[in-house]
Design a protein. Sequence first.
Length: 207
Amino acid sequence: MARQEADHDDLFSEAIALTSRALWRRIRPDYPANGQRSDDPDDPAPARLQSVDEILIGTRANDWLSIYWDQSWMVQFNQMNQLRRAYVDPCLYRAQGGTLSRLKRHRNQHETSLLRHDLKEAELHSFLASISRRLTETLALLDRPEPPELGTFQLVSMVHPLDSIQPQDAGQPETIHSTLTAKTLVARLGQICVQKLVIAEPPRGRH
């Protein structure tokens, strides 16, 4: 991956190709019970997601799961729920030799280069902790017991391989497959949240 801008475009264009996917869109600010915003990570309103407008969760045919928060964050897990890749604007991260390699584009007046840094143990621990918090907060927002119209995010479209290739509009009658898609994807996110994050080994023949 020698072009970070192209990598970013490729990562987010992959979302359209996910064989099963569901999109949630923010319908109201997420305020804590006292009506005030808070930066307290224990607050019921996750501060780190207050600027997020859309959340997309989907799987590829090989059961790799991807989660997108707008165009600024992305994480991807393999079929064993091991972390393969992440994007935290403006850096791309990918599994490499038991850690994550951070790739960042550096530009000067003469050339553009790609800077690679393999995360040290403390850096990796901190980065994985931030991802874990974001995943847990996302699950809390999408898996709430109240009626959908009272939630912070609303399910607006779904795609299942057995349904039409066109995204299902949440305003139209839902198919059984599409309904199960959203629930299954949130359940998969729940599985990841209760596990310790593990870095994936790169697939054979892939670099």
